[in-house]
Ligand binder design. Structure first.
Ligand code: G6P
Length: 610
């Protein structure tokens, strides 16, 4: 989704803006631009397509100055073109604005502004904001923005600079999507602004997360913030604990591959420190869920999108089995439009890597409004999901840059497992030593699964021309079939379906022929024999079976075409190990097909619009 970056200080601004935009490339975008303010004039350069195009343009039309804004745009209103790229200037060329989100009443405002003599040269809702602010601008940019934002409807974040500001300032507003201010280092007269902490890590770790409704003014020597009522307000400065090196490729060809390999460490970082192996207990420092609350719960509603939704489906198995509480799992985009039955005995749990997915946030708010106790599983400190929740289980995955989620997913699963154990403990049921030992063994098992890399690369060579793929799984591994299929779709553009193996005979069996690779997840004890029968059904129809198993291939009872071996772990944690080879298979198939695996077409890392 759109990336926002801003700088005001003593350094050449353009290289800084481009660097910030590069750090946010992973979020997905289709055009980019920068604006610099110098000698009371605005100069903007924009380009359709990737950042390299913008850099080429800037080489032809260099911009110099000490403050400005940069933007990567993911099209919502108007095609992805240079004309619609940001920064957008008002028609009187007094100010330039970059924006993320949607202005819902833009048509109404546009008609009015046209009536007042403003003209429009793009199809964006952004230009409406620029002209609206311009219509109120009378020497005081802050006052004009304050007035204009009262008329805007929707969820948005924007930053604006004006040619008329006497000493230089950036005004930013957050009403939905994230905006983070970065304080310059000691002795430097500078301030930063970004929509993603990744853009700031190389320059500062001292950040201020704006709250919804906040308006900020950045000047070289100061940051001022006003709340939604227009009252001055202090927001705390927080220290980002992410290591900037984690946001680099570190010798790997792609972020996705690097992040797949980071999983053993990320899992350990997520469960470590929360398990007391001596007393056999789980504790969380940021969850704030006490015994009476846990004992009084009647149900859990888990709300998520995309890969996080798959994690939620697995989390349901964990919580129901370990804590004996009924769990419903919803897509964020569906939940708020049905009429869920919620009261204060319901614990709503938002699951989100970014903590900024608009659909998940809206569903979380809807659950809260109806009386649920709201909690989150999230990877990003200070993100909106964590701010609206009473308590959070952080996944310590570090920054995930590849658009296709890998380490964020497996750390969500381990977070769910610990959350389920914690609920069990809080509801008066003893934890068994095996539950905790299983965790201790997990990083080692995932490392072993990663050793299949070369085998999977060769497998990808045999299958990369396939037009369709079917993934089958049962029970707790059915969501892994969904996730395996999603990974393949996302990064190779091959049509793939994940299906509960037992349901295959009610439809997908019609698709099976000698051209269709079928990945069957055959691990564990509970449904192993059932999956064996399902593989036989595929073979009987000349299908190609790739069995992902923790058994000796001789025990499969059917002559499969290919085997992916995984180590056996506790049945509730087996999905974590099983998904790793499927991530690698998708990665190598995507690579062979020449796809942009880190930034697949049309996808965005965090979807901040509904
Ligand atoms: C986008 C990403 C997915 C992700 C989903 C939910 O669609 O491309 O990889 O699973 O958003 O993101 P979240 O940050 O809420 O987990």
């Amino acid at each position: 989704m759109c990336g926002i970056v801003g700088y005001l200080g003593e350094r050449e601004v353009v290289p800084l803006l481009i660097d910030g935009l590069r750090k946010m490339e992973y979020r997905g975008y289709d055009s980019a631009g920068v604006v610099v303010v110098r000698d009371h004039a605005l100069a903007a350069v924009k380009a359709e397509g990737k950042l390299d195009r913008l850099v080429e343009r800037l080489a032809q039309h260099p911009l110099h100055g000490l403050y400005g804004l940069g933007h990567t745009r993911w099209a919502t209103h108007g095609a992805p073109s240079e004309r619609n790229a940001h920064p957008v200037l008002d028609s009187r060329r007094r100010l330039a604005l970059i924006h993320n989100g949607i202005i819902e009443n833009f048509l109404e405002l546009k008609r009015r502004l046209i009536g007042e003599g403003f003209t429009f040269s793009s199809d964006t809702d952004t230009e409406v904001v620029a002209n609206l602010i311009s219509s109120y601008l009378d020497g005081d940019l802050h006052a004009a923005v304050e007035r204009a934002r009262r008329e805007l409807e929707g969820l948005y974040a924007f930053a604006v600079v004006s040619a008329e500001s006497p000493e230089g300032e950036i005004i930013a507003v957050r009403q939905g999507p994230p905006l983070i201010l970065g304080r310059g280092q000691e002795g430097r007269n500078e301030q930063f602004l970004a929509s993603d902490p990744a853009a700031l890590l190389a320059y500062t770790r001292d950040v201020v997360f704006l709250e919804n409704g906040d308006l900020a003014r950045l000047r070289r020597g100061s940051i001022e913030i006003w709340d939604k009522g227009g009252q001055p307000i202090e927001r705390p400065t927080q220290r980002l604990n992410w290591d900037p090196i984690q946001a680099e490729k570190g010798g790997y060809k792609h972020f996705m591959l690097k992040e797949i390999h980071e999983q053993p460490q990320a899992l350990q970082d997520t469960f470590g420190g929360r398990v007391d192996f001596e007393t056999g207990e789980i504790h969380f420092d940021t969850l704030h869920l006490d015994r009476p609350t846990a004992a009084g719960l009647s149900r859990i509603h888990v709300l998520a999108c995309g890969t996080s939704w798959h994690a939620a489906l697995i989390g349901k198995f964990m919580i129901e089995e370990l804590a004996r509480l009924p769990v419903e799992v919803d897509y964020g985009s569906e939940y708020r439009y049905r009429d869920p039955i919620v009261d204060s005995s319901v614990l709503a749990l938002g699951v989100s890597q970014s903590g900024e997915t608009a659909d998940t946030l809206s569903a979380m708010e809807a659950a809260k409004e109806r009386g649920a106790r709201l909690f989150a599983i999230c990877n990003v400190l200070g993100s909106q999901a964590t701010r609206i929740s009473e308590g959070v289980v952080y996944t310590h995955a570090g920054p995930e840059i590849g658009v296709a989620s890998t380490k964020a997913f497996t750390t969500q699963l381990v977070a769910f497992y610990q959350f389920a154990l914690y609920l069990r403990q809080m509801r008066g049921m003893a934890l068994e030593p095996a539950h905790l030992q299983a965790l201790a063994h997990l990083p080692q098992a995932v490392t072993q699964a990663l050793e299949q890399e070369q085998h999977l690369e060769e497998m990808a060579r045999r299958h990369f021309r396939a037009e369709n793929f079917l993934y089958l799984g049962r029970g707790i591994n059915y969501p892994i079939a969904l996730e395996g299929a999603l990974k393949l779709k996302e990064i190779s553009y091959i049509h793939a379906e994940g299906y509960p193996a037992g349901e295959m005979k009610h439809g997908p069996i019609a698709l099976i022929d000698e051209h269709l690779p079928v990945v069957a997840i055959a691990t564990g004890a509970r449904v192993f024999d059932k999956v064996k029968s399902n593989m036989q059904e595929v073979k009987a129809r000349d299908g190609k079976v790739i069995a992902l198993t923790d058994r000796d291939p001789a025990d499969l009872g059917v002559q499969v075409d290919e085997v992916i071996r995984v180590p056996r772990v506790h049945e509730l944690l087996q999905p974590i190990v099983n998904v790793v080879p499927l991530q690698l298979l998708a990665y190598f198939i995507g690579l062979r097909r020449g796809a942009d695996v880190d930034q697949p077409r049309n996808l965005a890392k965090s979807v901040t619009v509904e």
